[in-house]
Each structure stands twice: as structure tokens, then as C-alpha cells.
Design a protein around this ligand. Structure first.
Ligand SMILES: Cc1cc2nc3c(=O)[nH]c(=O)nc-3n(C[C@H](O)[C@H](O)[C@H](O)COP(=O)(O)O)c2cc1C
Length: 174
């Protein structure tokens, strides 16, 4: 299984690369999947409708068997960059599974639940277990990611669920 860890934020000073790398380190211990960081910022996606569709983005989403979304909360919602990236592909997402990892002052729960709803419309099934990190307790100075050791189990559970569904969905894709 090829799993993409999608960084949802693009702003200067963002913490999503640290969170994504932490998930990748846990994923890399597995033998049933390979994990790669997929950074939206690398694709310079146009705002939907303002330029040609980004073929490289569509190809990347297409080649992956499953996803882990790194979701941060902006004004009680997901980032505009992540929403635009999700909207910028269509059938490339279909019939796949995803896990959600979020963070914010309240764990990024509101943004994460929005991603769940949005992905339902892209025919992506999001797994139940959802590791949520708190900006005040899992980050030093809200900028250096220092999750408690107890959080690792939740990430492993989320990846177990993601692998089960990713393998199942692979059997029904053309
Ligand atoms: C424009 C903006 C709005 C934000 N709104 C919220 C919010 O509603 N709830 C929350 O928990 N955190 C909020 N935050 C804090 C972010 O979750 C925090 O800065 C986080 O590190 C953002 O992710 P990033 O560093 O990967 O960009 C906001 C941050 C920004 C920049």
C-alpha cells in the first residue's frame, strides 16, 4: 500500500511538517505500507478556476492507495489550502480510505470533522480513530511538536484501520 501523508497547511512557520514527520516515523515501522509526505505547498496549486488543473497533483493523488490528512484548525474550519487541494482532484480520490490527524487549541476537532464530511463527497472513507493534538500540551511554545508517548498508540490504531480499508478498497478499483 502506498500511503500519502498530506500536509494541510502552507503558511510560513507552519508546524504541519513536524506532525507529518511524526506520523511517517510511526508508519515507517510497518511492513504493510510505504509512507510519503505529500506537501501541498510543493504543487503551487492555482485557486480552483483560476488556472489549468495541476496534472502533477492529480497524478499524485491517483497513484496513492490511501491518505493521512494532517489537518490544522483555522477559524473553526480546515485551511483554505487543504480545501482547495481536495477540490482540485476528483475521480483520483474515489474508492480509497483516509485517516485524519488534527491539531489546534482544542485538538482541531472541528476542522477534522469538516474534512470527514468533505471526503465523503469525494468517495473517500475516513477511519474512526482520529489522533488529535493540543497546541498547549503537545507543542512547546505552540511551535515545537512534543507529543506525549501515550499518543503513539492512537496513531498505530488509526494506521491499522487505514490499512485494512485501503487494502479492501484496492480490490474494488478498476
Ligand atoms: C488564521 C488562523 C486562524 C486560526 N484559528 C484557530 C481556531 O479557530 N481554532 C484553533 O484551535 N486554532 C486556530 N488557529 C491556530 C492554529 O491551529 C495553529 O496556529 C496551528 O499551528 C496552525 O497550523 P500550521 O502551523 O500547520 O499552519 C488559527 C491560526 C491561524 C493562522
Amino acid at each position: 500500500m502506498k500511503i500519502g501523508i498530506i500536509l494541510g497547511s502552507t503558511r510560513e512557520g507552519r508546524v504541519s511538517p513536524q506532525v507529518g514527520e511524526y506520523i511517517k516515523q510511526i508508519g515507517d515501522k510497518r511492513e504493510d505500507a510505504s509512507f510519503e509526505i505529500v506537501d501541498i505547498a510543493d504543487y503551487n496549486l492555482p485557486f480552483l478556476g483560476t488556472g489549468p488543473a495541476n496534472q502533477a497533483w492529480n497524478d499524485k493523488i491517483n497513484e496513492l492507495d490511501g491518505y493521512v490528512f494532517i489537518v490544522q484548525e483555522y477559524n473553526h474550519g480546515l485551511s483554505a489550502a487543504l480545501k482547495n487541494a481536495i477540490d482540485s482532484a476528483r475521480q483520483e480520490w474515489f474508492n480509497k480510505a483516509a485517516g485524519i490527524v488534527s491539531y489546534g487549541s482544542g485538538g482541531g476537532i472541528r476542522a477534522a470533522e469538516q474534512v470527514r464530511t468533505i471526503m465523503a463527497e469525494q468517495s473517500v472513507a475516513t477511519v474512526r480513530t482520529h489522533p488529535a493534538f493540543n497546541l498547549f500540551t503537545d507543542f512547546e511554545n505552540m511551535s515545537v511538536f512534543k507529543p506525549g508517548a501515550h499518543m503513539e498508540k492512537g496513531v498505530e490504531d488509526m494506521l491499522d484501520e487505514l490499512m485494512l480499508w485501503s487494502k479492501a478498497f484496492k480490490t474494488i478499483r478498476p
